[in-house]
Design a protein around this ligand. Sequence first.
Ligand code: PEP
Ligand code: MG
Length: 587
Amino acid sequence: MKIIKGKPVSSGIIIGKALLFNSHKEIVFKESIGEDAIQKEIDRFNNAVRRARAQLKKIYNNLQKTMGRDSALIIETQYLLLKEGNLANDIKHIITSEMVNTEWAIKEVEKKYAEIFSNIMDLSFKERINDISDVLSRLLKNLKAQKKDEAPVIENVILVADDIPPSTAANLMSSGKLLGLVLDYGGETGHTTILARTLEIPTILHTIDASRVIANDDLLIVDGLSGEVIVNPSKATIAKTIIKKEKFQVYQRQLNEVIKLPDLTKDKHPFTLLGNIELAFESDAVLAHGAKGIGLYRTEFLFLDPNIAFSQDQQYMIYKNVAKKIYPYPVVIRTFDVGRDKVYDSLQMDEAELNPALGIMAVRLFLRQKDMFKTQIKGILRANESGNIKLLFPMITEIEEIHTIKALVEEAKDELRRENKLPDRHIDFGIMIEIPGAVSLIKHLEHVVDFFSIGTNDLVQYSLAVDRNIDSVAYLYNPFHPGVVKILMEIREEISKIGKEVTVCGEMAGKPFTALMLLGMGYTNFSMTPLSIAEIKRVFTQVHYSYVKKTVKELSRLSSKTEIEEFLIETMLKKYPDLFIKQPLFQ
Ligand code: PEP
Ligand code: MG
């Protein structure tokens, strides 16, 4: 018996046989070619592209049948990469200008994109390089004239690999016969992980050498709660695991029961829980977890491929499908929040900024690139056929910005109206409060905006001047800092005064302690990753709003984050001792 520790990213416990999958990175040699051989190389490349596209189409159709159109979007993105992107042109250019073999040109292009993506701080976007690598490695395989996909037959096994490209993962998972996943690398916000979570396949990442230590047919326990992979466990360990698994299933059943409860605290105070999504297909998970709509659709995900600009028609279809699925609940679509740590080639930032977090980003960028902005706004406006879409604008700094954006929205509406493409539906106009200085605008916005959304991730970051991606200062990033508590109280008060709706959509909304603190401040709408919804609902339905409110009122006399956090937890546990069970249940 051997225990390998990793990072659990999709919970659940599974016992099954291992299947080793080698996504082996191809080794490629450089070959110089003569001028007369260039056309032959280009033909080889074109043939490989044709074959790759046919394979992707097949995977797409299978996925669409088994998991729906939205889930197939990942493959569509890769298909488009081959169809419309600069990828093919880049490769052909290298073949011709450097007079090298196709394989070498592909590797060169992969290197170029890896460099571009390595400069992106945001992990979720950094990992999008996997899609590009995935497509390129498919091309390499096709160049080797391998006719069939290298995916092994999956029949109730736990897949162990160094990493899995997203298209292969989608293909394997859609069979519905994959029990679990163990990856030596892989990113927490990558596509493979997102798919595993959505399909609730127990998954452990960062196991470092699991794919070398584990052999085919080894018996494995994948514990998606503790992050342990137990190789060839003893009988006693198996027996203990079965008991733990049963307890987890009871807990999940309890959470499923919780989902059915009315959205009311013990003293009948209402609250609304919504889901955050980045990918259209996640709207399934939003509904499955009992959310009452999408509180934040982060559309910047469409910049997955720096070479593709989604057309108005394409965006319209994507947004419309999400809105239809979620109807009659609302879908808040946020316009592209790019810039600062999320820099994309296709956006042509004018100059490298010394301090991008304080530079051109989000609406600031789009007010400089109005065509792209208007294309998105039009796509959203057109998609509002059922009237359940709301428009949200991120990183608002000053009132002039809001006026400019509103004028642009009106312009977009006029143009659509003239083309007969504007649905006769009202659309709410909302802004994000995530820059501390913007809090003072709220009282002037009664007749300017319809709703507010609080981005606590950025609000904390900008209030405390801490980039939480920088390890050395991460200890300062804390939502219980008295300054953060004060500003959140002030925002709630200011918005109440003008009688507008407000939703909190940062990480704070999806964590039991911080969500309780927000509830006590008077916030009632919370948007979070779908997986957190049942747990937050379990906590909220067990407390009395009046007690939470009284507790939170006390926080303003405390001077440190530690005092605030401890006071909040202790006071809650005094009245509700079982409020924060969770992991101990499964030990
Ligand atoms: C936030 O800042 O809290 C937020 C929800 O936006 P994002 O995390 O996408 O910046
Ligand atoms: Mg933000």
